[in-house]
Design a protein around this ligand. Structure first.
Ligand SMILES: *Cc1c(COP(=O)(O)O)cnc(C)c1O
Length: 271
C-alpha cells in the first residue's frame, strides 16, 4: 500500500465506519426476512446502483459475518460493466434496469452475471442467448444465464415489462429456444403508491403471483419451480407475505441514492 493512502488515519477510520454501517443495515434486513419467513429460502439482492464499488466490496468481504451470499443488483449497463470488471469474480450480479436490445449481447457476456431480471421481449431473449452461447463456447465453466421475465403488473405506460397476457409466449420461447438461458421466474416493480400502503394487500404482488400460477399450469410445472422477484425497501416484507422468493433492497442497505441526472423519468419510481 502506498504511504499516500495511510498518511492520515481519518479516511481509513471513515471507511471502517461506513463498512460497519453497511453490515449493520444488511444484517437488519436479513433478520427481518428470516423472521417473516423462517422456513423459506429467500434471496436478498442488494441493489447497489449509483453506489461506489467500495460499498459493494465492504459487504462482499463481510459475508462470513452477514451470511449474505453476495447477490448485487445494478440498473445501468455501463455501471455494471465497470463494476463487474473491477470487483471480485465471485459476486453474483443481477441486472434489474431497463434492458436495451443493443446491449443484451454484451451484458450476457459478463461471466458472473447471475441473472437478468428485466427481460420483456423475445427479441431481447434471443440477443441474450447469442451473447451467453458465445461466452460459453469459449469458457465452458460459465453458468447459463438465469432470466426473470419483467411483468408490468401496474399497467402503467411509464413502466417497463411485458403484459401478463404475453408471459406464456415469451416464457415458452426461452424454455424451448434459448439453451444458454434458464427461465427462473417473474419480476415486477409495481406502482409506487401501493408500496407506500403496507397494510393494504398489494395488487401488483397478487397479480404477479396469479400470473406465475397460470404460467406453471400452462407449462405443467410445479408452482415452486418458478420464482417471484418482488419487493423493494418499502415493501419487501409484504412481498414476502405474498410469496416473493427474491427481494431487491437498495436504500435500506446503502442509504439514499444520489440523483441520476440522465435517468429516464419513466423508471423514476424504481430509480
Ligand atoms: C432501485 C431498484 C430497487 C431498489 O429500490 P429501493 O427502494 O432503493 O430498495 C429494486 N428494484 C429495482 C428494479 C430498482 O430499480
Amino acid at each position: 500500500m502506498s504511504s499516500e493512502l495511510i498518511s492520515t488515519a481519518e479516511p481509513i477510520d471513515m471507511n471502517l465506519r461506513r463498512a460497519q454501517t453497511l453490515i449493520d443495515n444488511i444484517t437488519h434486513v436479513l433478520q427481518a426476512i428470516k423472521r417473516a419467513a423462517p422456513h423459506r429460502q429467500i434471496r436478498l439482492v442488494a441493489i447497489s446502483k449509483l453506489k461506489p464499488a467500495s460499498d459493494i466490496l465492504a459487504l462482499h468481504n463481510s459475508r462470513d459475518i452477514t451470511k449474505h451470499d453476495s447477490h448485487f443488483g445494478e440498473n445501468y449497463f455501463q455501471e455494471l460493466v465497470e463494476k463487474a470488471a473491477t470487483l471480485p469474480q465471485d459476486i453474483n450480479w443481477h441486472f434489474t434496469g431497463t434492458l436495451q436490445s443493443n446491449k443484451c449481447k454484451a451484458l450476457a457476456s459478463i461471466p458472473n452475471l447471475w441473472a437478468v431480471e428485466s427481460l420483456d421481449t423475445i427479441k431481447k431473449a434471443d440477443a441474450l442467448e447469442k451473447g451467453r452461447a458465445a461466452l460459453r463456447k469459449t469458457n465452458n465453466s460459465v453458468d447459463v444465464l438465469r432470466i426473470f421475465l419483467q411483468v408490468n403488473t401496474s399497467n402503467e405506460e411509464s413502466k417497463s415489462g411485458c403484459q401478463p397476457s404475453e408471459v406464456p409466449d415469451i416464457a415458452s420461447h426461452i424454455i424451448k429456444s434459448c439453451p444458454s438461458l434458464q427461465f427462473k421466474g417473474l419480476m415486477t416493480i409495481g406502482a409506487i403508491a401501493r408500496s407506500k400502503q403496507p397494510d393494504v394487500p398489494n395488487e401488483d404482488f397478487i397479480l404477479l403471483r396469479e400470473t406465475r400460477d397460470n404460467l406453471t399450469k400452462h407449462l405443467g410445472w410445479e408452482e415452486d419451480q418458478l420464482e417471484l422477484s418482488m419487493g423493494m425497501s418499502d415493501d419487501y416484507l409484504p412481498a414476502i407475505e405474498q410469496g416473493a422468493t427474491n427481494v431487491r433492497v437498495g436504500t435500506t442497505i446503502f442509504g439514499e441514492r444520489p440523483k441520476k441526472q440522465d435517468a429516464k423519468v419513466k423508471e423514476d419510481a424504481a430509480t
